[in-house]
Design a protein. Structure first.
Lengths: 258, 267
């Protein structure tokens, strides 16, 4: 699965954007607003093309691209109705619908009794998981997680992390969007950094977050540990490596200080 | 007495499931408070109880006004509440109508309303958003407008449910500058599942399984980092690093600012 932007221009919000996102990598998008808007309204493209597996993409099709958004209101008042509604609108039918729903519920450690509850009684994370299930069940080929992980605790973060890995193995194109660089650093293999409608830089996440000068010059949020390493090396002449894990950072700092 | 909010023996159950059992705490005047709880631990439910949306057993009082049927009007006038994750958090399509509505509803005169909106504009730096439509606002501006709406009738305390989850560090710090201006008149009670901004608060309540685990100053709360991780909280990277480095005796404070950390370490 490959999503390709070829010289895309959109309402002065995207300028000659060229990117290729591939399903064998977990992709991150920083400053994602226009990126999501253009995928949801491809008919407003003013130049260039978007293609999915070399086929031009000119009409939004939720069966291909699912956008999972915490802020989307519920369409119905009961959890089970909400899940079935998504499948109905997307034209997905299955004889084993009940089992499929239950397998997904298990993945999120939710009790099947949740299906009978009314949507306003759900907690925010439960709401998010139900929206995810409603989208996962009809098996879209591309899933965009809008503002992933915001407000999640340790347990739920682990659940989402596992889900992302599974989706990648199944060949689904996973796109994580966030304004938080620490989250993108932790979860993605490749990242696209948008700045003022242009692609500032794109490529391997590890490389981008270990050459942060260009990000700093453009006032873009950088991961804490990258910034620490950069400043220690530049201002204090320390010799730290760029690390993701706090334990590695501590070892490096300990060696450097003592 | 310098407590503004008192909760005594609060019990609440939903569908036979006990959510709070004998909950007790109080909030001091002129402070910014954080209620920390993992996802689904009942933070929003507690705010609904405190703001009278869900009915409880007469165990909540604000400035000695008990929340019950007789006092409900007086009680409601002394609080403000915003649920930031509610997709229907705005009623109108422009900022001015939003700000004016609570006061129009209370039959205030037009010039009083206009004056109060100007006051709010100055407190919250809303100069650029006052004449905008809601759909033209960034999320950060939306947060400021919502806080403005919640304090427009000069309540004694405001409850803000999960305001920071979609803001970046700089934006949160700017919001705190505003909150520190507000807190002299209005005590602030904020819920979150993240410890990221914990040091900016005056007091922190950590909730776990419907009861209070810790109620203390932020730095003292962080001394319980093992308990917090066990309860399911994520210790943010810089706080984690600080705590571990101070365990090895390399630094002696919790530092979240990268510049300060670098200066302390390589002095």
């Amino acid at each position: 699965m490959e999503l390709k932007f070829n010289n895309v221009n959109y309402k002065a919000k995207l300028n000659n954007v060229n990117i290729t996102l591939n399903s064998n990598k977990i992709n991150g998008i920083y400053n994602y607003n226009s990126f999501i808007k253009v995928l949801a309204n491809p008919k407003f493209i003013e130049g260039g093309t978007i293609s999915i597996d070399n086929k031009t993409y000119h009409k939004y099709d939720p069966r291909i691209i699912a956008i999972v958004d915490k802020d989307m209101p519920f369409y119905t008042s009961k959890v089970i109705d909400e899940i079935l509604f998504y499948s109905k609108v997307r034209g997905y039918k299955s004889r084993n619908m009940k089992e499929e729903i239950n397998t997904l519920l298990e993945k999120f450690y939710l009790d099947p009794s949740i299906l009978k509850r009314i949507t306003p009684s759900l907690s925010d994370t439960e709401k998010y998981f139900i929206k995810l299930i409603a989208n996962l069940i009809y098996r879209p080929k591309i899933i965009i997680f809008k503002d992933i992980m915001s407000g999640m605790d340790y347990r739920n973060k682990k659940i989402i992390k596992k889900l992302i890995e599974e989706l990648k193995e199944q060949g689904v194109l996973v796109i994580l969007t966030s304004f938080n660089s620490n989250i993108l650093y932790e979860l993605t293999d490749e990242v696209v950094i948008f700045n003022k409608g242009k692609v500032l830089i794109s490529g391997s996440t590890n490389e981008i977050y270990s050459n942060i000068e260009i990000l700093l010059n453009n006032n873009i949020d950088v991961p804490y540990f990258s910034l620490l390493t950069y400043k220690a090396n530049k201002e204090k002449g320390a010799h730290l490596f760029y690390r993701k894990d706090v334990r590695d950072v501590i070892k490096d700092v300990y060696k450097s200080v003592s | 007495m310098n407590n503004i909010l008192e909760v005594t023996h609060l019990t609440y159950a939903y569908n036979d499931k006990t959510i709070f059992h004998d909950l007790q705490f109080s909030i001091k005047k002129e402070t910014i408070n954080l209620l920390l709880g993992t996802n689904g631990s009942g933070k929003t439910t507690l705010i609904r109880l405190l703001s009278g949306i869900l009915s409880s057993n007469e165990n909540i009082s604000i400035d000695h006004i008990k929340l019950n049927k007789q006092n409900i009007r007086k009680y409601m006038l002394s609080i403000g509440v915003v649920f930031f994750d509610d997709p229907n958090r705005f009623l109108f399509d422009n900022v001015l109508d939003e700000l004016a509505f609570p006061l129009e509803n209370l039959n205030y005169k037009k010039d009083v309303i206009i004056n109060r909106i100007y006051e709010i504009r100055n407190i919250l730096d809303l100069q650029n958003c006052l004449n905008k439509k809601i759909s033209e606002l960034t999320y950060y501006e939306q947060v400021k407008v919502l806080i403005g709406i919640s304090i427009i009738h000069k309540p004694k305390i405001i409850f803000l449910d999960n305001p920071f989850s979609k803001l970046n560090d700089t934006e949160v710090k700017k919001v705190f500058k505003i909150l520190n201006k507000i807190k002299k008149d209005t005590t602030i009670f904020i819920t979150s599942s993240s410890l990221e901004q914990i040091l900016l608060f005056d007091d922190v309540i950590v909730m776990n399984h419907g009861s209070i685990l810790i109620h203390d100053h932020p730095k003292s709360v962080l001394q319980h980092d093992n308990e917090l991780s066990k309860a399911g909280f994520i210790i943010p990277p810089m706080i984690d690093l600080s705590l571990k480095l101070s365990f090895y005796g390399i630094i002696d404070d919790v530092i979240t600012d990268v510049d300060r950390m670098v200066d302390q370490l390589w002095n």
